[in-house]
Ligand binder design. Structure first.
Ligand SMILES: Cc1ncc(COP(=O)(O)O)c(C=O)c1O
Length: 394
């Protein structure tokens, strides 16, 4: 039977990250050892105190639908975290619990965007911010992030991209794929533009706990008069190593939360009950395990950055957050696509070509350093050999 699928899915491009991952897994099935640097997935297990809370919840019969908005005590715990640590003035009623941040993006954009509306998104960026507006018939308008400008947008070019159809601006800081962070000055300027043009700011803060430098992360919703026009997205996947638990949240005005709940309810009903209980424990029972993981990422980052910058033809900036390095491969005699393929097929090192994240990723590879130090050592020494050999082969 020939199914005629809806036209809207023709606009969706399959994930380039998964494409690399699937080829890496196929090589493993052939018996090859692959160094995995392609996925944005922490290699740590979920901390023990969180797992125990999840298991206990299931054993205690915490296995039914919850309020669509999420459990009240989780919403309150999230609000406490955001108000105390991120200085965002919110209470439990300002929080919606979602099935990962991925669901939150869909809900927020579905509530906001009409067909033909425009939304500013960074280039490069994690592709959901391009794909979902397209799915909804809206237009993602790219603003440039470039290495030359330390991955800070040029604010006059940014403002020039606005039209009377622009409804919102997406910011992702710390950023996937570059590991950069928006500076305090950039955030202030984005806030000023949002206020001047009456725009919503959608702020993806999934990596906010994973920062390594002196500049701590700032939530744009904590800036003067920004809480009312900011939708803050966050979740438990990265900092708590809980990608498979599928739990995230939105923090926004009450008006936003009740609009979002309409989509969330028809979409998922609610996040899983025992996962929500584990998330409460993640926040309220936190010990030093989360901080230990962050410190380990910092050690790996420093090791990887130093090694990469010693390789002929490659260079990278020191990422301030997340667990990605955006490696500049422009000096190699082949494109990033060809080099990523060469690296995977000949050296079994999996990295993602930067163009998967947008046109400004041309000439870059994204490497995730959420892998053990031994894997990093092996993979980076293979990367060095591959970079040397490609000059000979070409
Ligand atoms: C910027 C960004 N936001 C959101 C997510 C997904 O988060 P979640 O696992 O909560 O859906 C990712 C995953 O890689 C990401 O890079």
């Amino acid at each position: 039977m020939g199914v005629k699928f809806a036209k809207r899915i023709e606009n969706l491009v399959p994930s380039g990250i998964r494409r690399v991952n699937e080829r890496a897994l196929a090589l493993e099935r052939e018996g090859k050892k692959v160094c995995h640097f392609e996925l944005g997935r922490p290699d740590f297990d979920t901390p023990e105190y969180i797992k125990k809370a999840g298991i206990k919840a299931i054993e205690d019969g915490d296995v039914f639908y919850t309020s669509n908005f999420g459990k009240l005590n989780l919403r309150e715990a999230v609000a406490k975290y955001l108000s105390e640590k991120k200085h965002i003035p919110v209470a439990g009623e300002n929080i919606l619990i979602t099935v990962g941040l991925a669901e939150a993006i869909f809900d927020v954009l579905a509530v906001l965007l009409e067909e033909g509306d425009e939304i500013l998104v960074p280039d490069p960026v994690w592709m959901n911010y391009v794909n979902i507006p397209k799915l909804l018939g809206a237009k993602p308008i790219k603003y440039d992030l470039s290495e030359d400008n330390d991955y800070q947008p040029d604010m006059s070019a940014f403002e020039e991209r606005l039209t009377d159809r622009t409804k919102a601006v997406v910011i992702v800081s710390p950023h996937n794929p570059t590991g950069s962070m928006l500076s305090a000055d950039t955030l202030k300027r984005i806030a000023d533009i949002a206020k001047k043009h009456d725009l919503t700011v959608i702020s993806d803060e999934i990596y906010e706990r994973l920062t390594y430098g002196e500049n701590g992360h700032i939530s744009i919703a904590s800036l003067p008069d920004m809480a009312e026009r900011t939708v803050t997205l966050n979740g438990f996947s990265k900092a708590y190593s809980m990608t498979g638990w599928r739990i995230g949240y939105v923090a926004a005005s009450k008006e936003w939360i009740s609009a979002l709940n309409k989509i969330h309810q028809v979409n998922t009903t609610s996040a899983a009950s025992f996962t929500q209980t584990a998330a409460i424990e993640a926040l309220c029972g936190e010990n030093d395990e989360v901080e230990r993981m962050r410190e380990e990422y910092r050690i790996r980052r420093d090791y990887a950055v130093k090694s990469i910058n010693q390789i002929k033809g490659l260079s990278c900036k020191v990422p301030e957050g997340a667990f990605y390095i955006f490696i500049n491969v422009k000096a190699l005699p082949v494109s990033e696509e060809k080099f990523a393929e060469y690296l995977l097929e000949n050296y079994q090192v999996a990295m993602v070509p930067g163009t998967v994240f947008g046109e400004n990723g041309r000439g870059y590879l994204r490497m995730s350093f959420a892998s053990g130090i031994e894997e990093l050592k092996e993979g980076l020494s293979k990367l060095e050999r591959a970079a040397e050999k490609i000059f000979v082969d070409k």
